[in-house]
Design a protein around this ligand. Structure first.
Ligand code: FAD
Length: 533
């Protein structure tokens, strides 16, 4: 059986950088990737309109000056093909592919206590062993199909956005249905509406969307971006979510209504997540403050959608602005002014089944040539739940996390020695301009392994006390936030998955700088909260 110092599961942004860092430590590493090539999110999500919500130039890796010098983003918010090309370029430049086995899904990982080794089993039955096991399985990598009866019966084309085919798909003249209006649904809808014969959108709950304000990067801007990478990354590092946007120090309720309105207008007209991440700091904790921005965005929706009844259906009533993931859009609301676009509110007329010809709701049957499922992911937990991970004493991770995740620093789990979980639950990376947090995660794990190498140690395990304290702290960070009062994937809720209707908490809400400080403190104190052998 093949033996490695470390096995990394996943070859997205996280797995690729982790491989590079472990090679620098001289370790023998194998990466297993379920997909046919590198890229993770950007390999799988080829749906029309897939693109960044992060500014492209704040998203790329920061660790390699040559990569920063050579790579040129063409738009402020690049589309999926460009990001996939970027990750291919990095994989080529760092010669990463030779240690990656593609089309290789890991199904089980079991800790052998006597040997202090992890045994990894692949879908094809192949096995390998390693000392250190690092999951880089992605926060949004396990697609979820809805539990509607009859999905298999449909005779037309069906696609899930997260497993979109590699060949071009035409919507021209077709009767297309899109189910789902989350971030992916919004990107898909605004693109499909350009060419479809008819487009019917099935919406269970509307989300608060805000303008992306994308543009090509001019030569002058390109030069400026390249000259200011250190400042860009320093700005990301200092902000709560590692975006270039950070909360305004003022409170919404302490400024005059005129000043507030002008500020919201400015944020609404600006590119990216400024309106979410760069808003007044009390909108996430005070319902009254949140009402001011929610009312502002609702007004914008009413201005942009001609039919007041449709506008009303597009305005969320069950949660305030920013308390769920904010989809960024380009002419999304204007789509509903097109004569060939219909919005179906499935809370009023639920989908009863998919039929061979289309979709039957409680009031009617509609026929389609194509159904697109934009029904999202089993967020953060999905990658873990898909594998049987067995730790000390035969205890599985699923069993341990049955009531919600428990971790130390979102990077280790008590009872699972030598297992590291990049971008795992309770880790700042899950609510972040993710590559900035990926780099922190990967560098922290690589440092601990370098420390162990130096000290001749070969087993690291989080203590129960450290895990309890961290888990409690994680819940405390969420307590005051309005988004812990709302059902969303941040809270581990997914109504398309059985048994996932109880709120837990998957994020670390005190922000990336606090998280980084805590991780550094733990390291500086000789990896407090861990035991070594
Ligand atoms: C449509 C979309 C848009 C996004 N836009 C942004 C954005 O603008 N800004 C931002 O910060 N984040 C964004 N994200 C989040 C995005 O997931 C992260 O930015 C980043 O790509 C995560 O990298 P990763 O390597 O951790 O995970 P992924 O890119 O998800 O890679 C994980 C890899 O692990 C593989 N894998 C999983 N399980 C197994 C297994 N059992 N065996 C073998 N391989 C396995 C998967 O196939 C996948 O290739 C977006 C996500 C989506 C879906």
């Amino acid at each position: 059986m093949a033996m490695f110092d470390a096995i990394v599961i996943g070859a997205g942004m996280s797995g690729l950088y982790q491989l590079h860092k472990l090679r620098q430590l001289g370790l023998k590493v194998r990466v297993y990737e379920a997909g046919g090539d590198v890229g993770g999110t950007w390999y799988w999500n080829r749906y029309p309109g897939a693109r960044f919500d992060s500014e492209s130039w704040s998203y790329g890796y920061s660790f390699d000056d040559e990569v920063l010098k050579e790579w040129e983003w063409s738009e402020h918010f690049a589309a999926q093909p460009e990001t996939l090309a970027y990750l291919n370029y990095v994989a080529d430049k760092l010669k990463l592919r030779r240690d990656i086995r593609f089309d290789s899904r890991v199904t089980a990982c079991a800790y052998d206590e006597a040997a202090n080794e992890w045994e990894v089993t692949l879908e094809d039955g192949d096995t390998a062993r390693c000392r250190f096991l690092i999951t880089a399985v992605g926060p949004l990598s396990t697609p979820v199909w809805p539990t509607i009866p009859g999905i298999q019966d449909f005779k037309g084309e069906s696609y899930h956005t997260a497993t979109w085919p590699h060949h071009p798909v035409s919507f021209a003249g077709k009767r297309v249905a899109v189910i789902g209006t989350g971030a992916t649904g919004v990107q898909t809808i605004q693109e499909v509406a350009k060419t479809a014969g008819t487009l019917t959108v099935f919406q269970r709950r509307p989300n608060w969307c805000a303008p992306l304000v994308n543009a090509k990067i001019t030569a002058e801007e390109q030069a400026k971006i390249k000259a200011s990478y250190p400042e860009i990354f320093a700005r990301c590092r200092a902000s709560h979510g590692c975006f270039i946007h950070d909360a305004d120090p003022r409170r919404a309720l302490e400024v005059s209504p005129q000043e507030r309105e002008a500020f919201y207008e400015q944020r609404y007209a600006e590119p990216g997540f400024g309106i979410w991440m760069g808003n007044f700091r009390d909108i996430f904790v005070s319902r009254e403050a949140n009402d001011t921005i929610s009312e502002f965005v609702a007004r914008k929706i009413r201005e942009r959608v001609k039919d007041p009844k449709i506008a009303d259906k597009l305005i969320p009533k069950d949660h305030g602005f920013g308390t769920r993931r904010v989809p960024l859009e380009t002419n999304y609301y204007e789509v509903y002014n097109q004569p060939n676009v219909t919005l179906v509110d499935i809370r009023e007329t639920p989908i009863e089944r998919i039929t061979p010809a289309g979709i039957a709701t409680s009031d009617t049957q509609r026929d389609f040539d194509m159904i697109i499922y934009a029904t999202g992911f089993d967020a953060v937990l999905g990658g873990f739940n898909k594998m049987e991970i067995t730790g000390l004493g035969g205890r599985t991770l699923k069993d341990k996390w049955a009531e919600g995740p428990r971790t130390y620093l979102g990077l280790q789990v008590e009872g699972f020695p030598n297992l590291f979980t990049l971008v795992g639950p309770h880790n700042a990376a899950t609510f972040c301009n993710i590559p900035r947090c990926i780099e922190q995660n990967v560098e922290w794990v690589s440092d601990v392994l370098a420390h162990m190498q130096k000290q001749g140690l070969n087993r690291i395990a989080a203590t129960r006390a450290a895990e309890d304290a961290w888990t409690e702290h994680v819940y405390e960070t969420g307590q005051k936030l309005l988004f812990t009062q709302v059902d969303s994937w941040f809270m581990g809720i997914n109504t398309n998955l059985p048994g996932r209707n109880k709120r837990t908490f998957l994020l670390y809400a005190a922000g990336a700088p606090a998280y980084r400080e805590r991780c550094d403190e733990v390291a500086a104190r000789g990896y407090e909260g861990f035991t070594f052998d």
